[in-house]
Design a protein around this ligand. Structure first.
Ligand code: SF4
Ligand code: SF4
Length: 290
């Protein structure tokens, strides 16, 4: 069983690493301190990966969403909205578990040993709702209503909050560009503080940014109950041993709700289940309890 669990984990880590590398394959950008601006940059990737990362060959969907919402022409981009709906409808938060570079970074940080890893705490479940607030306030409302004199809103989540942007874009660009170093101020310091908190938090808590902050995870989570790819628990095979919920680092009780909004489809529960009661379901109607 231990071997099977490790194989499953290693397989997922390989996919995550491979996809992070593909997403950031403009490696020369890290040497030149410049960002790629070719045609592929018009395409979004499914996970959170900063547009300004020197290696990024495509765009972050949350950055793109704010850019079109905040545009003074206010054209709703059917492409960005359609992309998010398409990914969500096909796989829900599977994208978080397998295809998000920033989710992968947090998982690597969680591997660093620490005296007291925190699995859950009072208010944990309530705090998970915060990510919907970040989505509505910083990604949607602020870019619409806080605008400059020509009516242009800013990408407020990227600008004020996103630690992925600081780690993947802000830090490397500032380190490699003298002209940028002269322009940094309080905002850069604030963003670095948030990044430090995220890094320390990720060593202690599994994927804290995904659980409490990420607006992209918030969008995908809404699709978990209705996406093509779903989980199903065969109640006849399940012996209620709770091995699945005990193994889940997102604190999901899969037997209660196989399509919980917090499930990132990592597959740990499925691998650990001694009776093979957890199954994948594609394009199949599920009952409410399912
Ligand atoms: S919640 Fe956000 S950061 Fe976490 S894996 Fe999903 S998209 Fe990536
Ligand atoms: S319920 Fe299972 S697949 Fe979902 S996050 Fe937890 S362990 Fe991973």
């Amino acid at each position: 069983m231990a071997k099977k669990i490790n194989n499953n984990k290693n397989f997922r880590y390989s996919i995550q690493a491979f996809w992070a590398l593909v997403t950031n394959s403009f490696l020369i950008g890290f040497v030149q301190g410049k960002i790629y601006q070719g045609k592929i940059k018009n395409v979004c990737v499914p996970g959170l990966n900063c547009y300004s990362c020197p290696g990024a060959i495509a765009s972050c969907p949350i950055g793109s969403l704010q850019a079109v919402i905040g545009s003074y022409e206010f054209k709703w981009s059917f492409y960005v909205a359609g992309f998010l709906i398409f990914i969500g409808a096909i796989m829900g938060r599977f994208a978080c578990g397998w295809l998000c570079p920033f989710g992968f970074i947090q998982e690597l940080l969680y591997k660093i040993p620490f005296v007291n890893k925190i699995k859950t705490f009072k208010g944990d479940r309530a705090m998970r709702k915060l990510k919907y607030m970040f989505l509505v306030v910083f990604v949607i409302l602020m870019p619409i209503f806080i605008v400059d004199i020509i009516g242009q809103g800013a990408p407020y989540f990227c600008k004020l909050i996103c630690p992925a942007g600081t780690l993947e874009g802000g830090l490397p660009l500032v380190l490699m560009n003298k002209s940028l170093q002269e322009t940094v101020g309080w905002l850069y310091a604030w963003k670095n503080l948030l990044l430090i908190i995220t890094i320390i938090g990720s060593v202690i808590i599994y994927r804290p940014f995904c659980k409490y902050v990420c607006p992209l995870g918030a969008i995908y989570s809404l699709f978990n109950p209705i996406s093509v790819f779903k989980y199903h628990v065969d109640k006849e095979k399940c012996n209620n041993c709770h091995a699945c919920s005990n193994s889940c680092k997102m604190n999901v009780d899969l037997v209660k709700n196989p399509n919980d909004l917090e499930c990132i489809r990592c597959g740990s529960c499925k691998t650990i289940c001694p009776t093979h009661a957890i199954e994948y379901k594609c394009l199949q109607k599920t009952s409410k309890k399912d």
